[in-house]
Design a protein around this ligand. Structure first.
Ligand SMILES: C[S@@+](CC[C@H](N)C(=O)[O-])C[C@H]1O[C@@H](n2cnc3c(N)ncnc32)[C@H](O)[C@@H]1O
Ligand SMILES: [Zn+2]
Length: 150
């Protein structure tokens, strides 16, 4: 099953601008790490996957591992199908990436210089309408939850 508990992250190089590798994360299961330093404000990896509407998203919510990026127009991209590896990037309340959505593409862009060997981290900002998910990012700025209530 796509994105099942035994799936192993595959990084698709054509969607990456820098050398990346999968690894064990201190935060949760698998994570994506840099294999070289990345300067600030650079596209790092494109988030790819299958485009689905909100009804299909609702149907898939029962999956054990969800790898979806929610778009503002009600659609979502399911990285479990045709994902670049970006779907394995964990959440941090003190991230080193942000998501830039433009021209039908989702790029994860570096917020600052990221050293080689660092875990790539994104602030998921899951809506407060969804059940709270406890955060284990361990940063000094940790909000306690993956949800964004602000
Ligand atoms: C898209 S997956 C990220 C990849 C995941 N580590 C894996 O190996 O499948 C998102 C899931 O990872 C977990 N996760 C990611 N960041 C987390 C964090 N800061 N604290 C706790 N769990 C986290 C949550 O279970 C979340 O639903
Ligand atoms: Zn946190």
């Amino acid at each position: 099953m796509p994105g099942g508990p035994d799936a192993v992250p595959q990084i698709v190089k054509k969607h990456c601008r820098f050398a990346l590798e999968r690894g064990d994360s201190k935060i949760h299961r698998w994570g994506i790490f840099t294999a070289e330093a990345i300067p600030a404000r650079r596209r790092v990896i494109e988030y790819t996957g299958q485009k689905i509407d909100s009804r299909e998203m609702f149907r898939r919510r029962v999956r054990q591992n969800l790898y979806v990026f929610l778009l503002k127009n009600g659609f979502a991209i399911d990285g479990a199908i045709g994902g670049s590896g970006a779907e394995y990037i964990n959440h941090s309340c003190s991230p080193n990436l942000y998501a830039r959505v433009a021209g039908g593409h989702i790029w994860f862009v570096s917020l600052r210089r990221i050293e080689a060997g660092a875990e790539l981290l994104l602030d998921y900002r899951i809506s407060g309408d969804y059940p709270p998910v406890e955060c284990r990012c361990g940063s000094a700025e940790c909000r306690g939850y993956l949800n964004w209530l602000g």
